[in-house]
Every structure is written in structure tokens, then in C-alpha cells.
Design a protein around this ligand. Structure first.
Ligand code: 5MM
Length: 339
């Protein structure tokens, strides 16, 4: 393993002013997104949509450090035959690959899931590297509800994340380590805080046990935030302060960067939270975004499957990418949204 090279990639992924586009929706998830805009999820439509994002030069060049791809996209060519991965590289962005096989119901643990995909991972990564991928992503999903999460599920998910990360590094691929505590319930921000700290602590213990080099990873956590259905949802400042405190208590400073998931926050909420954290500052990592929905909801709506809407969709993507790029250095303000 060449740790200096892994560190260089990880550092580039969290470069100030830039962040990661999570465009790795699996076939089921992209179908849901397309259903919402009345577009059929065919291979050609998925290609056309993702190609329009990767050809959005202003957004990609200035604000997108890396793109997480679903396997289909990594090996897909654009309408003119150019591999999509080459469009990403041409814009100075780094291609990455989602390698988990999804969060599956965990036997013996009702209501909890375990993310699968370790079998044959090393061989897959070698092929993905040859195609241009320089980082990977694996998402563990932890739900909060009555009686969950359990220690058994937290531990199993953290162990799988750590084995994945070790296998990535052995194959010269930077692992994005994504333990997502869902914001779907009615829980308070304090319950999210407690579970997030527990999960992060467990993940970093497992990473140490599996001898993962922290200088060569990127952490993709949730923010510490109230559940979506909670009655008194915490405001922006509280989310920012509690997230920074939880991460300071659990994440070693050797990690080059934190790239948050948006997890179902509205576009502007996700931007405001990231900006508030960077305005506070005082932490040892670069903090940026690795958003899926909070970057793509606007361009998806603008596109709606029509070729005449490509320019408008590209503009909508550029706007969100620029807003989040500013948030990654604490330079965003609400007035810029209207502008
Ligand atoms: C883009 O969505 C990713 C893949 O999800 P599925 O495996 O369920 O299809 C997802 O892992 C995503 O990268 C993260 O959840 C971050 O996306 P959000 O929308 O939460 O920012």
C-alpha cells in the first residue's frame, strides 16, 4: 500500500471549496427518484441524466472533487461513446465506486440491517481501479426506534465497514467510511447525538483493530440532527454545535476530512448546516459535503427527462454545487440562494 498516494487522494476529495457528488443510487433508488419526476428508469435515461451532471463543466470543475458512481455508471459510455468516467476526469474530478451490495435485513435483529458485499471485494476493486476509480464507498445504516439500535447490529456494521476499508487500502483505493444514523424517526437531537457518538466510537475501534490507516480514509457521517418527524426540531446553530462536539469526541485528527451525507434534509438546510459548522471552525479536519439528494433534487426536477431541459438542469446543479462549495469554507449566506 502506498499511504502517501492514498492520503493525496483523500485530501483532494475534501479540498476547500469542493465536495463530493453522491450519484451512486442503486437501481431501486434511482427508480424512486425518476418516478418522482415521471421518468422511466431505463439504462438510457439513467445514462442521459448522469451524463448531463458530469458534463456540467462549471459545477464539476469548480465545486465537485469526486463523484461516487454505481457500478453500471462506472462502466457506461455516454451517448457519443465517451466513457462517463472520462467526462468526470476531464473536469478534474475523481471517480469513485459504491461497492456495498446494500443494507439487508439482519437475521436475529428485527428492524435492523447489515450491509453486505465483502465477498470478492478485492477482485472487484482491482477491476474498478483499472477503469479509473480511486476511491470507494460503503454505507452502513443504523436506524433509531424503540429498542434499536442494538449493540449486535452496531458492532456487526462497524466490523464490516472496517474490513471493507482494509480491503480498499490494500488495493490502493481510498475508502469512504459511511456509517449513517438515519434521521427518519421522531427522535430528539439528543438521542441522535448519543447514537452517533456510540456508532462513531465503535467504527473507529474496529478500524484500528483492522489496521486501517486513518490518513487514507474519508469519513461520511450523518449530522447530529433531530428526527424528521420530531415535534421540536433543533435549529441550525444547535445542529452545527452538537455535530462538531460529537465528532471532536470520537474522530481522530489523523482523518483528512469529513464529507457529510444529507440524509433527507432539504437542499437549503443541508447547505446551512455545513456552512454553520465551517463558520464555527476549530476542528482538525476539512468538513465538506458528499450529498446525493441535496445536490440532485433540483437538477432532477428541472430535467424531468426532457432533452430541452438539459441546460436548466445543469444550471440548477451548478447553483447547488456552488452553494455547498461556499458552505464548505463557511462563506455561504441565505441571500446568495436568491441571487
Ligand atoms: C445516492 O444514494 C446513495 C446510494 O443509496 P442506495 O444504495 O440506497 O441506492 C447513498 O448511499 C448516498 O450516497 C448517501 O446516503 C448520501 O446521500 P444523501 O441523499 O443522504 O445525501
Amino acid at each position: 500500500m502506498d499511504l502517501a498516494a492514498l492520503n493525496a487522494v483523500a485530501t483532494a476529495m475534501v479540498a476547500p471549496g469542493k465536495g463530493i457528488l453522491a450519484a451512486d443510487e442503486s437501481t431501486g433508488t434511482i427508480k424512486k427518484r425518476f418516478d418522482a419526476i415521471g421518468v422511466e428508469s431505463t439504462e438510457a435515461n439513467r445514462r442521459d441524466y448522469r451524463e448531463l451532471l458530469f458534463r456540467s463543466d462549471a459545477a464539476m470543475k469548480n465545486h465537485i472533487s469526486g463523484v461516487i458512481l454505481f457500478e453500471e455508471t462506472l462502466y457506461q459510455d455516454g451517448a457519443d461513446g465517451t466513457p462517463l468516467v472520462e467526462l468526470i476526469k476531464a473536469n478534474g474530478s475523481i471517480p469513485g465506486i459504491k461497492v456495498d451490495k446494500g443494507a439487508k435485513p439482519m437475521d436475529g435483529f428485527p428492524g435492523e440491517t447489515l450491509t453486505e458485499g465483502l465477498d470478492g471485494l478485492g477482485e472487484r476493486l482491482q477491476k474498478d481501479y483499472a477503469r479509473g476509480a480511486r476511491f470507494a464507498k460503503w454505507r452502513a445504516v443504523i436506524d433509531i426506534a424503540d429498542g434499536i439500535p442494538t449493540w449486535g447490529a452496531v458492532k456487526a456494521n462497524a466490523h464490516a465497514l472496517a474490513r471493507y476499508a482494509a480491503i480498499c487500502q490494500a488495493n490502493q483505493i481510498v475508502p469512504i467510511v459511511e456509517p449513517e444514523v438515519l434521521m427518519d424517526g421522531a427522535h430528539s437531537i439528543d438521542r441522535c447525538d448519543e447514537v452517533t457518538r456510540w456508532v462513531l466510537q465503535t467504527v473507529f475501534n474496529e478500524l484500528a483493530e483492522q489496521r486501517v490507516e486513518l490518513e487514507g480514509i474519508v469519513l461520511k457521517p450523518n449530522m447530529v440532527i433531530s428526527g424528521k418527524k420530531a415535534s421540536n426540531r433543533a435549529g441550525v446553530e444547535e445542529v452545527a454545535e452538537k455535530t462538531i462536539a460529537a465528532l471532536k469526541a470520537t474522530v481522530p485528527s489523523a482523518v483528512p476530512g469529513i464529507a457529510y451525507l444529507s440524509g433527507g434534509q432539504s437542499d437549503e438546510e443541508a447547505t446551512a448546516h455545513l456552512d454553520a459548522m465551517n463558520k464555527i471552525g476549530g476542528f482538525p479536519w476539512n468538513m465538506t459535503f458528499s450529498y446525493g439528494r441535496a445536490l440532485q433534487a433540483a437538477p432532477q426536477k428541472a430535467w424531468s427527462g426532457k432533452s430541452e431541459n438539459v441546460a436548466a438542469a445543469s444550471q440548477a446543479f451548478h447553483h447547488r454545487a456552488r452553494m455547498n462549495g461556499l458552505a464548505s469554507t463557511g462563506e455561504w449566506s441565505k441571500s446568495l440562494e436568491a441571487a
